[in-house]
Design a protein around this ligand. Sequence first.
Ligand code: HEM
Length: 332
Amino acid sequence: MKTWLMALFTALLLISTASVADPEKETVGFAGADYWRAVKDGQEGTTTSRSPEHGVLISVPGQLWFEVKTKWVSPLGAIAIFGSLAMCGLVYWGVGPTKLSQPRTGRKLKRWSRLDRALHWTTAAMFLTLSGSGLAIIYGKYIIKPVVSMGVWENWIWFAKVFHNYVGPLFFLCLLGVLIKWCRHNILSRVDLQWFAKLGGMVGKHKGSHPSAGFSNGGEKMIFWLLIWFGGIVVATGLVLDFPIFGQLRRQMEWASFIHIVGALILICGFIFHIYMGLFQLEGALEGMVTGEVDETWAKEHHDLWYEAVKHQLDDPNGASDKAGSATHRGQ
Ligand code: HEM
């Protein structure tokens, strides 16, 4: 057995020495300082690959992208995320949650259909997991790597990357669903300008003033269009990075990566406020997205124009759920 292993080992050694004896490989194998200096300077060599830029081992201009990413985008992104969290904390402690001013009547209005809720929570789950894996890719080496073993880190970051690459394109379908399903009640109108002028009735002298709103108020419409525009940009650039088989050059990949990261960080900050609003700020909003129904008082105080358009549901409770997809969207 031992002799057999020795013979195999010797044969492998001979094969590898023979390949080093090849004159071209020998040059590479024993390339000296000048050779590596040229590689580092970004000089183009020769390769059997016909693809553009394949002869360049190290792309010197790429260093700029790397520095902008590590020295500017990552730290500023972290500041923006912690800043958004801190602002939510300040609003909570300084302004306090927006409670209903009148008691609930107990009468319910259908606001979100089953399909609406499935779409919302699927989009939310995908967004949050993509954000988590994306942030691990950017910041994991500073936050996670120092506190876990090398084995855990390797698996963690491998999973984050694979998950991000595969689930990212699926997020496109959610965005499309959101656009098709909710676009019609997110068209900006004059009422929204008044809503912004009164700061949504949440702060300062306007606190508790309940400015008029249709199905969605000005703030919700901003969040909706933020998701559509920035989500669209992040998905498009993500696809450019995910499928580098269409002849994309390094500069184009760097731009795609830069726009992808900046767009995603802006989205994450925007949705920190959305989640804060839904979970802690607006009494009664979350139950609408969980059960599909909202209390009459909530509808009257937060979306008075919508309430006027659909209050007839209260006299006809049996027909209410059927109208979730049509009547709910009146009073835009
Ligand atoms: C724990 C996380 C979240 C909570 C608690 C939450 C809560 C809510 C609530 C309560 C509403 C309904 C507001 C109303 O009835 O007027 C809503 C609407 C909405 N949410 Fe979320 N949300 C969360 C995460 C997300 C995420 C991550 C996204 C997308 C990336 C998202 C996208 C939307 C959109 C687009 C709407 C508005 C639909 C429309 O145009 O009217 N949500 N959310």
